[in-house]
Design a binder for this molecule. Structure first.
Ligand code: GRG
Length: 345
């Protein structure tokens, strides 16, 4: 697609020229978030004092260290596969899934250590899905997290195997590294949730439906919601639910946070589709306007750009309402919900 036709399509999608403004803000727009908080209800005003920027920086630091330690080659024979796994795992990324997991665990009184192995596993699974998503037989992309994709560096064969190894290591990591103080039935619950989130009613199922709909006419909002509930929202949902389980939440409490996570998961994808047409390749660290080029149905294509923004905000508001029973303890999750649609990459 030429730049001119991309521009024309953007114009049609947006309905207004303001949509062309490219955002160049820093990744965590704390000020904007805090201003938005002060405009909402008294109940949520407690969150206005919450410093998301500092929170995310500090969580990311411990997550990065745990990720770094999670893939190490002990013998020369494994150097190549471990290097390839590590290359994509440590290539950057917002670490949203691990942060959500730790925040949910802490909301229910658990500690960072309780949930860190699961947080690491979530990022391994997510990274596996990115490596596989970028393969020539899938989205065929050569840029991810601002770096050449795994198959560009290591070849398609090793990239596939690295994804597979990250996936299997993720389960091993949860089972082996979760502190023994956690009730084993809770660890088993997490393993089941993780397994389900990658299978036919998770990433793999969502991806297959996505591939089937590519270039197809008449894809509905219902189809799109099914795809992204499974392909994107499920992993955010399992991140929050697993954190809650490890933090000691009751079944009912887990259900309430799952509702929150499903809505922010869908909002995350709506935001992703919006960024695909409004942000630059440099800001995104992956090829911009990819959805237009691959003839995928997206929220902006179905709803228009402005309606998509409204839908993202509606989903986040609905998500936040599910956390009203938790008061101030929910401050990190509430702030992350806002960040999900405010983000610029
Ligand atoms: C191999 C069993 C198996 C499953 C994989 C390839 C695949 C099936 C699924 C694709 C899933 C996928 C890539 C969904 C897109 C989700 C999404 C919006 C990713 C971007 O996430 P960010 O913005 O990325 O959190 P960073 O880089 O910040 O981590």
């Amino acid at each position: 697609m030429t730049n001119l036709s991309r521009f024309a399509l953007l114009f049609l999608l947006s309905g207004t020229s303001t949509a062309f403004t490219l955002q160049s803000q820093t990744t965590f727009r704390t000020n904007t978030l805090q201003q938005r908080y002060s405009a909402v209800s008294d109940e949520q005003e407690t969150s206005s004092t919450f410093d998301l920027n500092t929170y995310l920086i500090s969580k990311k630091e411990t997550i990065e260290a745990a990720l770094e330690a999670s893939v190490q080659s002990d013998v020369p024979q494994t150097d190549k596969i471990c290097e390839s796994m590590s290359y994509s795992l440590m290539a950057g990324g917002k670490r949203i899934r691990p942060v959500l997991c730790l925040a949910a665990c802490e909301m229910f009184g658990g500690s960072e250590e309780d949930a860190m192995p699961t947080a690491v596993a979530l990022e391994m699974i997510h990274t596996m899905s990115l490596i596989h998503d970028d393969l020539p037989s899938m989205d065929d992309d050569d840029l991810r997290r601002g770096k050449p994709t795994n198959h560009v560096i290591y070849g398609e064969d090793v990239a596939i195997l690295s994804g597979d190894a990250l996936l299997s290591t993720s389960f091993q990591h949860v089972a082996e590294k979760t502190p023994k103080t956690i009730d084993p039935s809770r660890v088993l619950d997490v393993v089941i949730r993780l397994g389900k989130s990658v299978g036919p009613v998770g990433l793999a199922g969502g991806q297959v439906m996505d591939l089937e709909c590519e270039g197809k006419q008449g894809v509905t909002l219902e189809d799109l919601t099914w795809i992204h509930t499974h392909k994107t929202a499920t992993l955010l949902q399992v991140a929050v639910a697993s954190g809650a389980v490890l933090g000691g939440a009751t079944e009912e409490e887990v259900k309430s946070v799952e509702k929150f996570a499903l809505n922010i998961g869908l909002a995350f994808q709506v935001a992703d589709d919006i960024l695909d047409v409004t942000a630059s390749t440099e800001d995104l660290g992956k090829t911009a306007a990819k959805d237009l080029d691959s003839d995928k149905t997206t929220y902006p294509k179905l709803l228009g750009l402005e309606e998509s923004k409204i839908e993202a905000k509606r989903l986040v508001d609905e998500a936040k309402a599910s956390l009203s029973p938790y008061g101030e303890r929910a401050a990190p999750l509430l702030a992350i919900a806002d960040y999900i649609i405010e983000r610029t990459n």
